[in-house]
Ligand binder design. Structure first.
Ligand code: KG4
Ligand code: ZN
Length: 344
């Protein structure tokens, strides 16, 4: 089998991504290009992603991102073997831009098209940095849009959701708490930085869904967000200063405590010895530190892709496409449509 060039297109939220991966004859993957154009700046004043603004930005950014990716990889479109695209989950209008572009390229070039799952892409991307995944592993996906615990028994074939958030995503909680603390959007990075100066044990914020009778691997962060807002409100009403760094650190500790505890518990229960943490929140310094500590204690190998690969990008879709091609998976039909609620 000669080398194959796989193109990946991502447009599920506010990042327009085009990634290019070389699939070697031995099954190895090499990242050749990873062009990402974000419309984040256009959403900042709204404090969250505005779907219509995101769709329009994808339309404007897609063709230039494709041009830059091909140039960086030093290839032309005829060199492409297959085209992978995020078919869901995500914002409907945003997904449609990527899916339409991928279908157009696939039809014009007469190349196989693979509509893939965004969440599986977040796991697959790790293979670009750390090599093949073991036969079975666990993945914790934490971003502004998702919080999922997945059992991966074949990246191209079998992914089972063990649990997910029943309300806010972990990143969403960071963004909402940042707003309460008058910190900029997105809230993860400033809370992460401020927490380093605060005491994580200063305030005992609630750990959602950790009771004996609660769904074992589901998450809940909206009660935590409300608890933080109430705590700050009471302080302000009493005319007392708000110890912002302590609040940030205590909130963060509650989030990462639950995430890591449930991930390690799931790894033990399903007898897997590798945990992958991916998604924008994986960039959190306390999350990776506590996960490293708890994984080491439990004899679990922790894999966290570099931040650039953790956030939404086209490389993760190209990587997943490459795994599908390597596995001999059947391509998608050319009338593929976007599915905003696509399950893993
Ligand atoms: O994966 P991502 O770039 O986009 C999607 O939501 O799909 O994730 C963005 C989320 C935001 O909610 C942001 O606040 C959070 O990731 N985030 C962080 C950190 N950096 C980004 N959360 C905690 N700590 C960070 N260092
Ligand atoms: Zn994502």
């Amino acid at each position: 089998m000669p080398d194959k060039i796989i193109l990946g297109i991502e447009s599920s939220c506010d990042e327009t991504g085009v990634g290019i991966v070389r699939l070697g004859a031995d099954g190895s993957l090499e990242l050749l290009a990873d062009e990402v154009s974000s419309s984040l700046e256009q959403h900042v004043r709204f404090g969250g992603v505005v779907p219509e603004v995101a769709s329009r930005a994808h339309l404007e950014a897609m063709a230039p991102a494709m041009g830059r990716a091909l140039e960086t990889a030093g290839i032309g479109l005829p060199d492409v073997h297959s085209i992978a695209v995020t078919a869901g989950p995500g914002l409907a209008g945003a997904l449609l831009v990527g899916v339409s572009a991928a279908k157009a390229y696939a039809a014009a070039l007469d190349k196989p098209l693979y509509g893939v799952n965004h969440l599986a892409g977040h796991v697959a991307v790790d293979t670009l940095q750390h090599g093949p995944l073991p036969e079975r592993c666990l993945a914790l996906l934490v971003s502004g849009g998702h919080t999922q615990l997945l059992l991966v028994e074949g990246i191209a074939s079998s992914i089972t959701e063990l649990g997910s958030t029943i309300d806010d995503a972990a990143g969403e909680a960071y963004d909402k708490v940042a707003r309460v603390l008058d910190l900029p959007y997105p809230g993860g990075p400033p809370i992460d930085r401020l927490s380093a100066q605060g005491d994580p044990a200063a305030i005992a914020f609630p750990r959602g869904l950790t009771g004996q009778r609660d769904a074992k691997f589901d998450f809940s962060f909206s009660g935590l967000k409300t608890a933080v807002a109430r705590w700050v409100e009471q302080r302000e009403r009493a005319g007392e200063p708000v110890p912002v760094a302590d609040v940030a650190a205590s909130f963060q500790e509650a989030v990462v405590d639950v995430l890591t505890a449930k991930a390690v518990r799931a790894a033990r229960e399903y007898e897997v010895d590798t945990l992958v943490i991916s998604g924008g929140v994986a960039a959190n310094s306390r999350l990776s530190a506590l996960a490293a500590e708890r994984c080491a204690d439990a004899g679990i190998t922790l894999r966290v892709p570099r931040p650039r690969l953790c956030t939404d990008n086209g490389a993760m879709i190209a990587a997943l496409g490459a795994h599908l091609v390597a596995a001999g998976a059947k391509p998608s039909p050319l009338d593929l449509s976007a599915n905003p609620a696509l399950p893993v």
